[in-house]
Design a protein. Structure first.
Length: 156
């Protein structure tokens, strides 16, 4: 999700180093590699890293908005097969979480949060919002579209 794929070798134990372009500018921070393919690794784009560093400097920790569900993505193929919308199928709602307080239930399919459609990652969509922000969550519940108000909280 929003990462740079690179052929720079990243081995277990040396992630966290800079990914440089040909002008010796840092463009990312290496963080992962694949085990089944040679020299395919991933880096976080430096703009994302800079934002998180500033957040840490300001608050002394990393902040992330929290909804409080466990989910699986319903992709296009499954949506067509089961005649449901594409989105995040809610498998579990954490008790007393923002989702619980906002009325999200197990079996709901989260289709949209705010103006953003949920197509591949609910976490990625939520990360675009602020802690304490009230968001409109559109869910499909048994074929019916519902709009719920949820106030995002700080996650761990």
């Amino acid at each position: 999700e929003d990462v740079i794929q690179t052929d720079a070798a990243v081995n277990p134990g040396n992630s966290g180093g800079p990914l440089l372009n040909s002008g010796a500018q840092v463009i990312g921070v290496n963080f992962a590699t694949t085990s089944g393919a040679d020299n395919i690794s991933f880096a976080l784009p430096i703009d994302r890293v800079k934002l998180r560093i500033e957040e840490y400097r300001k608050y002394g920790k990393f902040l992330k908005p929290y909804l409080g569900v466990e989910y699986g993505i319903v992709g296009v193929r499954d949506a067509l097969l089961f005649d449901v919308p594409v989105g995040a199928y809610v498998q579990r709602v954490v008790p007393d979480s923002p989702a619980d307080k906002g009325g999200i239930e197990v079996g709901d399919i989260v289709v949209r949060i705010g103006e953003q459609r949920v197509a591949s990652s609910l976490v990625q969509v939520i990360s675009g919002f602020e802690i304490g922000q009230e968001v409109e969550v559109e869910v499909n519940r048994d074929g019916e579209e519902l709009k719920l108000g949820v106030v995002l909280e700080e996650g761990n």
